[in-house]
Design a protein around this ligand. Structure first.
Ligand SMILES: C[S@@+](CC[C@H](N)C(=O)[O-])C[C@H]1O[C@@H](n2cnc3c(N)ncnc32)[C@H](O)[C@@H]1O
Length: 286
């Protein structure tokens, strides 16, 4: 899962200078310690400069890591650029048989309605293979992704799949009642306000338009997995692009006045605390 990879990679990235600072230089310091003691007086200035440098690096590392716990920091270009690089080298674009079947049904419904196809939170374009399964080539595809650093890779994915895609940074740019099909794939965990995002999704869909969701969600209340999710929640959000693994997304979806909602809960093979999943579709009232 990209979220796990992001989390791990970000953690390694954040802590690497500390580790090398701690272990690497300590090893050098130990092997040179006796020589240095003989050759240098205790008040050697270069020694204190080295210590000052190490302290500075550790301080900066600590500040960087602590900063990730502040949501506004995770909106900064440096963080978004970094996330885009990790994502770029970790493609995760498989489509299961069940997902393909779901998209195919949704595509058939959307083709009757007519309008655009929106891939919300398209990231680096991993979703485009899923969108292809909708088999609705006549509908224009709009990828809505706030992290502009992912657009280039996403555009190249679209090109490779022979899919014509345009890009926007925010769903606010999409006119009301213009969209025939909207897909979120592991996105509602990352938005700042899930209810507001769902209201926006509802707004842009045409009457009869289809919302397809493939999301990881909170485990059952009180289960050991749920406790784990709650404990790891702030770290996961800090390290993995705002991803909150303990959201009751099905409840949030059902809170809107859809004409119909289908939702299946399932577990993937080992996915750490990023399970269970839900997938399904909701149709906007006509
Ligand atoms: C876990 S990634 C999933 C990316 C892609 N759907 C995939 O499955 O590989 C979540 C994505 O949602 C995007 N995102 C976060 N908030 C968003 C919002 N309000 N509107 C659209 N996308 C958003 C993030 O920038 C990120 O690219």
């Amino acid at each position: 899962m990209p979220a796990i990879r992001w989390g791990t990679a970000t953690l390694l990235f954040a802590l690497a200078p500390t580790w090398t600072g701690t272990f690497g230089t300590r090893h050098v310091a130990m092997t040179e310690a006796s020589r240095a003691a003989k050759q240098r007086p205790e008040s050697d200035r270069s020694g204190s400069a080295e210590r000052g440098g190490k302290l500075l690096i550790r301080g900066l590392t600590l500040a960087f890591t602590a900063g990730l716990f502040i949501p506004q920091v995770r909106k900064q270009d440096a963080y978004l650029w970094y996330i885009a690089q990790v994502d770029r080298f970790n493609p995760d674009n498989q489509v299961s048989v069940a997902e393909a079947e779901l998209l195919k049904r949704a595509g058939a419904m959307a083709s009757k309605v007519g309008g655009s196809v929106v891939d919300l939170g398209s990231g680096s374009g991993n979703d485009f293979l899923t969108l292809k399964a909708a088999e609705a080539p006549d509908l224009p595809v709009l990828a809505v992704e706030p992290n502009r650093f992912t657009w280039e890779k996403a555009a190249s994915e679209a090109h490779d799949l022979d899919l014509s895609v345009s890009f926007a940074a925010d769903l606010e740019e999409v006119p009301s009642s213009s969209c025939a099909l909207l897909l979120t794939r592991r996105v509602l965990c990352s938005v700042d306000d899930e209810h507001a995002a769902l209201m926006e999704i509802y707004r842009v869909l045409k009457p009869g338009g289809v919302f397809v969701f493939i999301e990881h969600v909170a485990a059952e209340d009180g289960s050991p997995l749920r406790v784990t999710q709650e404990v790891l929640r702030p770290v996961q959000q800090a390290m993995a692009n705002n991803c909150d693994m303990a959201r009751d997304t099905e409840k949030e979806i059902r809170a809107l006045p859809w004409a119909s909602v289908e939702c299946v809960a399932y577990d993937e093979a080992f996915n750490g605390p990023l399970t269970p999943h839900i997938r399904g579709l909701a149709v906007k009232a006509g």
